[in-house]
Design a protein. Structure first.
Length: 116
């Protein structure tokens, strides 16, 4: 009689343990599926960030080139302004000495230096 009681308790423990093992197996299977999805997402994110990094580097390179070209154009513009200022001073000096007509013809005939 006692052995039947012990065997009954062991049988119940075996059934409960088997049920828990089956539940854990299903949970592990579900976690593996999620893990694979997470790995895929992280890989896609890594690739996207790599592309973003390359785009930023490219944009920085282009902005440097644009900044250099803009600096050159500003320098050219300053040279033209200086040339025009020189012509205006020359025209004003000629206009004071010879009259307005001579100053206008001298100013119109003088070449602009430093123009692009």
């Amino acid at each position: 009689m006692t052995s039947y009681l012990v065997e009954g308790v062991l049988l119940i423990a075996l059934v409960v343990t088997s049920a828990r093992v089956a539940a854990m197996y299903r949970e592990l299977k579900r976690l593996r599926a999620h893990h694979e999805a997470y790995e895929r997402v992280f890989e896609e994110t890594r690739r996207a960030l790599g592309g973003l990094e390359r785009a930023i580097e490219d944009m920085n390179g282009r902005s440097g080139e644009t900044l250099a070209a803009l600096g050159e154009r500003i320098d050219e513009g300053r040279a033209v302004v200086e040339a025009l200022d020189g012509r205006l001073r020359t025209a004003a000096a000629l206009g004071a000495g010879r009259g307005a007509d001579a100053a206008e013809s001298s100013w119109a005939a003088a070449p602009v230096s430093g123009s692009a």
